[in-house]
Structures are given as C-alpha cells and as structure tokens.
Write a protein that binds this ligand. Structure first.
Ligand code: GLN
Length: 285
C-alpha cells in the first residue's frame, strides 16, 4: 500500500513536471500525441489517464527529444512517423515528402473517372511514401498499380507502407524515370513531381526545406524540369485513351499546359484545391 502511494506520488510529480516543462514549449494537444507515442498508448488514453502515467528516465529522454525536434520546426508527422492521407495512415520519415491534403484531389478525381470495380492499370511516377499509389490501389481492388521512385530510401518507405496497409495490387520499383521500361501501357498515369524552382527552396518554410527531401521538391531552374521530362516519357507509356493527372505548383498552370500541349496532349480538366488554386491538371493523349 505504502509502495503504491509512493508510486502514485512519483507519477503525479513526473506528469506535472512534464506539463510545466513542456506545456509552454508545445501545444497540449501535440504533447499528448508525443506522450502517447512514448508510452505506446492512444492519445485518448493519455487524456483520460494523465494522473496515472509514469515515465521512466528513458521515456522522459524520448519526450525531450520529440519536443526539441518540434521546437526546431520538424513537422509532427515526421516526429511521430505517421501521416494521414486519404483513408489511411502512412509511415513517413526524412526520406519522403510529407503527403499534403491537396494531393488527395488526384484520388478524388480517379474515383470519378473509374468505377470502383473496374480493372485498370495505373502508374504513379515519383511515388515517395506511396500515398497516391496505395490510396488508389485500396479504392480499386481490381486495379493494378506500379509506383516508381529514383530514391532507394523512398522506395523502401513505399514498400513498408504497402505491407503495413496490406495492399496486394500495387508494386513499387526503385528506378529512375528514364530507366523505367514498362512491360505494359497504362490507363492512368498520376504524379506529384518535384515542382519548386531551385532558387525558391531556401525561401520555403523551415518545416519544408529542412525536413522534406530536396529531391522531392526541386524542379530545376524554372521548376518545370519534371513536367518536361514527363511530357516526353509518358506518350509511350499511356494507352490510346489513357489519362494523366498531375499536381502542379500554384503558378504553373500556363507553363505545364503549354509543355503538354506541345507534345500533342489535350488538357481535359483542371481541378482546383481548397484555396481555388489550379492544382491538378488532367491530360488525355
Ligand atoms: N507521390 C508522393 C506525394 O505525393 C511524393 C511526391 C514527391 O516526392 N514529389 O506525396
């Protein structure tokens, strides 16, 4: 009994110390997520069981590490190694672009193009975490997806997500775009390629420029390198009635439209994001 009382006292002291030390360094909602990860419990359990929680020195050290990383502007998703995208939670780390909500437009549009039970082949170019590839594959169980990425580390993350999310109808290949020799043609090609001008990268927010891989951001001198390359490669990879859905930067509509039209594509649709910015372009061959 004495032992138990002592333990409780200890635990309350630790918690209040945690709150006092950490409360002003990060919002309580985020602190709860960090505590949940350290203790391997849910954020709700943290909320309702706060008084009961005890921290070992190692756990306090881990919590301190999370908070220090938060203070250095590392995104919470990267600290927790997870990010919600569409209907799933993806493992993310320093090797992949943090999935963004506007990229979900690609999934929304794919759901309008194909029926849920339709069988089709699709390709995700620069798959990163695999968020687009695996979300489409999950929505369309009869589809067959391939995701390619030149980064070996990114391809490993996508593969981990494929296994964690139990997706069987998607393959991941660690290959550069120009070395990808597909065995078949695709009904749909999707991509959220790197589209930031090299010279703009240093002006991005710390949480982007310091924590998203530059390979996933850098679109070359004018930010358009990836689109030029895609416009040259994809005609050989698309079926005659195939479609392309491409995410673009906020000011790239005219340039990307021109690049693809000059290669014989037609702009079929333009999809706006939440801020009414032209964010996803849809081309037909
Ligand atoms: N396809 C991934 C995403 O949309 C990665 C994109 C990238 O690395 N540019 O998040």
């Amino acid at each position: 009994m004495m032992e138990k009382a002592k333990q409780m006292k200890h635990s309350k002291t630790e918690i209040s110390r945690g709150n006092r030390d950490y409360g002003c360094r990060c919002p309580s909602k985020i602190l709860r997520l960090f505590i949940a990860k350290v203790k391997n419990i849910s954020a709700d359990e943290v909320m309702f069981g706060m008084d009961e929680l005890q921290f070992s020195p190692t756990e306090l050290e881990q919590l301190e590490d999370f908070i220090a990383r938060y203070e250095s502007h590392e995104p919470v998703s990267k600290i927790l190694n997870r990010r919600e995208f569409w209907n799933s939670e993806f493992f993310v780390n320093a090797d992949v672009l943090d999935p963004r909500p506007e990229t979900e437009i690609i999934i929304e549009r794919t759901l309008e193009i194909f029926a849920k039970d339709q069988a089709f082949d699709f390709l995700d170019i620069g798959t990163g975490s695999g968020c687009i590839l695996l979300s489409i594959a999950k929505e369309f169980p009869k589809s067959r997806g391939i995701g390619i990425d030149i980064s070996e580390k990114a391809a490993k993350v996508a593969l981990k997500n494929k296994f964690d999310l139990c997706v069987e109808n998607a393959e991941i290949k660690n290959v550069g775009w120009d070395n990808f020799g597909p065995q078949k043609k695709f009904d749909l090609i999707v991509s959220n390629p790197p589209y930031i001008k090299t010279s703009d990268i240093f002006g991005l927010d710390d949480n982007v420029k310091n924590f998203d891989p530059h390979l996933a951001l850098d679109g070359g001198r004018d930010g358009l390198d990836a689109y030029t390359q895609l416009s040259e490669l994809t005609p050989n990879w698309l079926k005659p009635d195939g479609k392309i859905l491409l995410e673009i930067g906020f000011d790239q509509y005219d340039d990307v439209k021109n690049i693809f039209e000059s290669k014989g594509f037609s702009l079929a649709n333009v999809h706006l994001d939440f801020q009414k910015i032209r964010r996803v372009l849809e081309f037909t061959a």
